[in-house]
Write a protein that binds this ligand. Sequence first.
Ligand code: PMV
Length: 321
Amino acid sequence: MTTASAPGKLMLLGEHAVVYGQPCLVTAVDLRYFVTIERTDDEYVQVIAPDLVGSTEARNVPVREIGKQFIKETAYVEAVIAEFYDKYGVSTGLRVSTRGPAKSYGLGSSSAVSAATVMALAKEFGLVLSNKEMFDIAYASVLKIQRGKASGFDVASAIYGGLLYYRTGGTQIDSIQTTQLPIVIGYSGTKVGTVSLVEQVATLQKRHSEVIDTVYNTIGRLVEAAKHSLSEQDWHQFGELMNINQGFLDALGVNTAKLSSLIYSARDAGAFGAKLSGAGGGDCMFAITDSASRDSVIEAIQNAGGMVLDLEVNAGGVRIE
Ligand code: PMV
């Protein structure tokens, strides 16, 4: 029996543009998901995922059907198993159970579960896979579920951990060393799904391709500049770049009034910068602030109706427990 765990993620800069080849910056957050895998003698993959499904009832899928029929809640686990079985010619029965936080806040439950599943499988079947090999399996399976519309930044974050500079498809995955990231994370409430937001932005791009391509390019450039300010720990500059990025996300149509209210409140309370994180349409925003303004920024986000999440950033990547 093997258990692996992987962290959630927080997109720092570059969302949406990263789907079209631009770089992004992402940090792993200490919201860990656990996957336990055990081999069995029967011909079923049994999945018990109370945290994902909301019930302890097991789901039984014949090994030969795995990845062909799935339900939304356990799709990521099953897609990774299918990918792994296909690649390594395995057809063993399995018992899989997952455990995670009661709420995911849009901070990468599916990528964390995918990363933990691939590592637990590798260990259970005696394979030593590199981070990149695990990434390739998990990303291929995520792409199948998300209709090809995923950059894979969240999967890379769950596997490598820490702070990453990332390019679509994992063509570049660089760790950035930084001792701290003075961040406050605010949750704005539920949102529309990532895939539909990505599709909405794709539709806008089709209608105004030159304009939107310029937006993507500029986001790419500001990510390069932000990477530099991160290495220099120049939070003032990093915050300014966050604010610029937020303006472009608004231009892409993925901001909401609620997110805006949290973001402006944080800025007014003295944050260097504040922006939404991820696909938009809800979920989280974050602010970068010095220690003098930290308490006021937290209070401002709460007063604007946000829930401040006390999470460690720069968390460790996937690991065997
Ligand atoms: O909604 P999230 O936190 O999963 O972030 C999605 C980020 C996008 O750039 C919009 C999509 C992607 O796959 O990179």
